[in-house]
Design a binder for this molecule. Sequence first.
Ligand code: CAO
Length: 581
Amino acid sequence: MAIIEIKVPDIGDFADVAVIELLVKVGDSVKTEQSLLTVESDKASMEIPSSHAGVVKELKVALGDKVKEGSVVLMLEVAGEVSTSNLAATPVQQAQTAISSIAIAGTPQASMVNQALAPAALAPIAIVSAATGPIEVRVPDIGDFKDVTVIEVMVKPGDAVKLEQSLITVESDKASMEIPSSTAGVIKELKVKLGDKVNIGDLLAVLEGTAAAPATPASDPVAVAVTAANLPAAPVTQAQAATIAVAPQTTFSSVPAHNPTTTPIGLPHASPSVRKFARELGVPLAEVKGSGLKGRITDADIQSFTRSVMSGALQTTAIVAQQAAKPAVAAANNDGAGLGLIPWPKVDFAKFGPIERKEMSRIKKISGANLLRNAIMIPAVTNHDDADITDLEAFRVSTNKENEKSGVKVTMLAFLIKACVAALKKFPDFNSSLDGDAVIYKQYYHIGFAADTPNGLMVPVIKDADKKGIFQISQEMGELAKKARDGKLSPTEMSGATFTISSLGGIGGRYFTPIINAPEVSILGVCRSTIEPVWDGKAFQPRLMLPLSLTWDHRVIDGAAAARFNVYLGQILGDFRRVLL
Ligand code: CAO
C-alpha cells in the first residue's frame, strides 16, 4: 500500500479556479478516471479525474477553495508501491488529457486548456464572406471530442451579440462549455437547436455585423446595419453608427443580452454528470434547490428531490401541471366534468348495505394519475395474436431441470424479453418516444416489466437487455420483483425503460389491453398459455399457445407495423434460432 498525492493538472494559465463540487469523500473507493471534483472558471466547468484506483484517505480541498496547477487535491491510498516519478507525472497527464480534449482553444475558455497540448487552433473559426456580408460563426476546435450536445441556446435571431459573447452551451459526458461568438453583430440565422450534436467546424449562426469591431470604419455599411437593427430610436446618423462601430460594448449595452458570467434565470447550475444523472431520472433540474456552492445542484440534491417526490412530500411542476390539467383533476376527484363529461355519479353506498372506506396507497394514486393521462392522451390500439411456444416451453423446462442446483429459475418472461429485444431491433419505431414533432429512436434496450406488489403496480427495468443472457435476465428479474414487492426499488431501477412487458401468465386470462407506459410508445401484454388445437395442413395438433396483446401509439406506429411486430415476435418465440438470421 502507498499513499499518493493527487494534484490539479495543468489548466493553462488560469490560476485560482474555484472548487465547486466534491464528488468523493474520505473512505470512498475510487476507480481510475473517476471524477474527483469539479472546478469552474467563468466559462467552463470540468471534472478532474483520478489517475489511480484507491481509497480516499484525506481531502485537501474544500468547496470554494481556489486551486491551480499543482494544488494537492487529496491523498489516495493505492495498492502496491508507486514510484515517485510516476506520482508527479501521471495524475497530471491523465487529467490534462481529459481537460485538453474538451476545452476550446483560442477563446477565453482556452485558458483552461494546456496550450502546449492544443496549439493547433488558436482562434475561433469565423468565416467572413465579405466585409459587408454575412459572417458565419462556426464551432471552434473542441479537441477530439465528437458530437457534443447543445444543451442551451442563449441567443435568438435578431439578438445583438458582442464579440466573445456566449452563444450556446455544449456538453460532453465530462464537461460543459460555452461557445462564444467570434464576432460582434446581429444574429440573422441560428443554425443549431437544443439537442443537436455539433463538431468542430459546424455552422452555429450567421451574423450580420463587424468581424473585428474596433477596426471597422465608421462608414462601414455593416456597422450601419447593426445600428439599424438595434436602435429603437428613429433616424440613425453616421456619427451614431461610428459610435457603435468603435465602441460596441457601450452601444450594445442598451440591448438586453445574455451575460455569460452569470447563470441565466431558470438555468440550473450543475455539473455535466449531475445533469446527466437528473436526465436519467427525469428530474426537472430547474425545480431542484441546489445545496452546493452558489446554489449549485449536487448528486445528493437530485437524490433527495427524487425521494421527496416518491414519498409524496414534493410535487414536480409536471405533476402539479398534470393535476391542474382537467383530466387529472377528473381522476383525483372522480369528476368527469374536467373532460366536458357529465359529473361522476355521487352515491351514498351505505344506503344499500355496509361499506368500508380505505384510502388508496400512494403508489396507486400516482400510477392512477399516470395511467389516466396515458389512456386519454395516447391514441392507442391493441393487436392480439398467439405465439406457438410448445418447443420453447419444453426447452425452458429441461433447462430448469439441468440447472436445478444453480438456484436461478428461467422464466418464460425472460425469453419474452429477449424475443422483444429482437423485435424492437427489427422495428425501431417500437423502441422510440415522441418529442413534440420529432421521434427519438433509442439505441439501447431497457425493458420494463410490470410487477404486482401489495402496494400496487410497479415497473422495474432490466437495463441493456440486449447485452444480457437468459440466466442473467431471469436472475435480475427475480431480484427486482422481490425488491418491488418489498417496496425497496430505487428510482434508478424504475427508470429509463424503452418498452414494457406486462405478464399475467402466472395468473391466467386470455387477452387484455395494456396501457402504454408513456413516454414509451408500445407495451406487450401476455396471458396464460394453453394447449390449443392448431391445424398443420393435415390435422389438428395440440400446441401450447401464448396469447399476446400489443398496444401501440398510433401517432408513431401504424397497424401494419404492429401486425408485423407480432408476427415476427411469434416466429421468434416459435423458433429462437430466427434471432440469428
Ligand atoms: N403461461 C403459463 N404459465 C406461465 C406463464 C404463461 N404465460 N407465465 C408464467 N407462468 C407460470 C410460471 O412458469 C410459473 O409456474 P411454475 O411456478 O410452475 O414454474 C408461474 O406461472 C408463476 O410465474 P411468476 O408470475 O412467478 O413469474 P413470471 O416470471 O411469469 O412473472 C412477475 C414475474 C413479477 C412479472 C409476476 O410475478 C407479476 O407480478 N405479474 C403480474 C404483472 C401485472 O400485474 N400485470 C398487469 C399490469 S396492468 O395492471
